[in-house]
Design a protein around this ligand. Structure first.
Ligand code: RB5
Length: 153
């Protein structure tokens, strides 16, 4: 069973729950790291919980939802090995898997509605990295992260 992990801040509790339940109903193993209430919380804390497990390989893909998706994506992309994409259209959610090998999807509960959120999640988890010419570019991203870009450019 494919292992996913999902998290959100207080702005996205209901939408995150709907996405989680949808993916579980589709047969995925989905860990939900919260938050679970409307009490204000700090999105980097949740982003860190999700990204630690994706970067370690314990989970295959992660999904992070906040008000805009932007804060979550900024926090996520500070983690080594994480390629997070903030998307509000399904074309981008699919292509970021195919071309960028994104491993975390972010979106905003104040930006997208429930129907689009489910479609974004589906587009993301159903697409696989194409490799080929895209591999070198992803390797360059990793090299930037490691401070070794000059060796690859
Ligand atoms: C919380 O109000 C909001 O700032 C947060 O959910 C997110 O949109 C940040 O990027």
């Amino acid at each position: 069973m494919r292992k996913l992990i999902i998290g959100c801040d207080h702005a996205a509790v209901e939408l995150k729950g709907q996405v989680r339940d949808h993916l579980i109903a589709r047969g995925f193993d989905v860990e939900d790291v919260g938050t679970f209430t409307s009490d204000s919380c700090n999105y980097p804390v949740i982003a860190h919980k999700v990204c630690e497990k994706v970067a370690s390989g314990e989970k295959e893909l992660g999904i992070l939802v906040c008000g805009t998706g932007i804060g979550m994506s900024m926090a996520a992309n500070k983690h080594r090995g994480i390629r997070a994409a903030c998307c509000s259209d399904t074309f981008s959610a699919r292509l970021t898997r195919l071309h960028n090998d994104a491993n975390v999807l972010c979106f905003g509960a104040r930006v997208v509605g429930m129907g689009l959120a489910l479609d974004l999640a589906d587009a993301f988890v159903d697409a696989d990295f194409e490799g080929g010419k895209h591999q070198k570019r992803v390797d360059m991203i990793t090299a930037i992260e490691k401070g070794a870009f000059e060796e690859l450019a």
